[in-house]
Design a protein around this ligand. Structure first.
Ligand SMILES: NC(=O)c1ccc[n+]([C@@H]2O[C@H](COP(=O)([O-])OP(=O)(O)OC[C@H]3O[C@@H](n4cnc5c(N)ncnc54)[C@H](OP(=O)(O)O)[C@@H]3O)[C@@H](O)[C@H]2O)c1
Length: 230
């Protein structure tokens, strides 16, 4: 299968035509959705509000994507969870159940307010996974790239200096699917290991704070004593 990235006509190694649901139509949700449309995926986007309330925004900001009610994200190959972490208790868990969910969220006490459950040793994704339950397969990635760079930093597979994103999750098949998706968006992917390893690329870490290639992220994970793939 062939796949185009953000650079029209250039091919990356992954398949075209996934169905991608995006929950959250803010800065990062719309940027991921736009890039996913560009990559040839079929994209639906929802918030906690009725679809009618984000239809115009979607048409203007994410042409090619379809605004839906959140329950209509069900059945997507991947659901990108791009809503603020402090709202997690209001996420539509029923819809997420049975899906691979790409967790792009970060905890910022300044923005989210202080939440004790995110102040401890667990990664934010582990806390979220505990809340969402076993039937939701979380894969953490895309959290350490600013929304404004998702389109501008994308490069075709194999391009010199291609930016990489770290990924963490407990399910190997889910990670493989998410890695292909992120590659299709225009980024290399470095498997940091299980969901707990997500701590190594959260807010406040060296990986979070700058842009890196895959070998550089591997080195930083090693320095954080969380070698890639562990
Ligand atoms: N901004 C970035 O550059 C960036 C990059 C990577 C990761 N992130 C992380 O991604 C998450 C979202 O950030 P953002 O900057 O995109 O936020 P944002 O611009 O504030 O957008 C949040 C979106 O989520 C929706 N939402 C709120 N509560 C919801 C719920 N319960 N269910 C479904 N949708 C809900 C909002 O809809 P309403 O307008 O109706 O409230 C809005 O569309 C945060 O955890 C952030 O740390 C951000």
């Amino acid at each position: 299968m062939d796949f185009t990235t953000g650079h029209d006509g250039e091919q990356s190694r992954t398949g075209r035509g996934l169905t991608i649901g995006v929950l959250g139509a803010g800065r990062v949700g719309t940027a991921v959705a736009r890039q996913a449309v560009r990559a040839g995926h079929s994209v639906t986007i929802a918030t906690a509000r009725p679809a009618a309330e984000i239809r115009l925004l979607t048409e203007v900001i994410v042409p090619g994507a379809r605004a839906v009610d959140s329950h209509e994200l069900r059945g997507a190959d991947l659901i990108v969870l791009a809503a603020p972490l402090h709202r997690y208790r209001s996420f539509d868990v029923e819809t997420l159940r049975g899906h691979i969910v790409v967790d792009v969220s970060n905890y910022w006490s300044e923005v989210d307010g202080r939440l004790d459950e995110f102040e401890g040793a667990l990664s934010t994704s582990e806390v979220l996974a505990d809340f969402l339950g076993d039937e939701v397969t979380l894969v953490k990635t895309l959290n350490h790239i600013g929304y404004g760079f998702i389109e501008t930093d994308a490069r075709p597979a194999g391009a010199d200096g291609r930016r990489a994103l770290a990924m963490a999750g407990d399910d190997a098949d889910a990670k493989a699917a998410v890695a292909d998706f992120v590659d299709s968006l225009g980024f290399d992917v470095v498997d940091a290991g299980p969901l707990a390893a997500g701590r190594a690329f959260e807010n406040g870490t060296p990986i979070f704070d700058d842009e890196f290639t895959a070998p550089e992220i591997e080195r930083l994970l090693h320095e954080a004593r969380l070698p890639a793939g562990v």
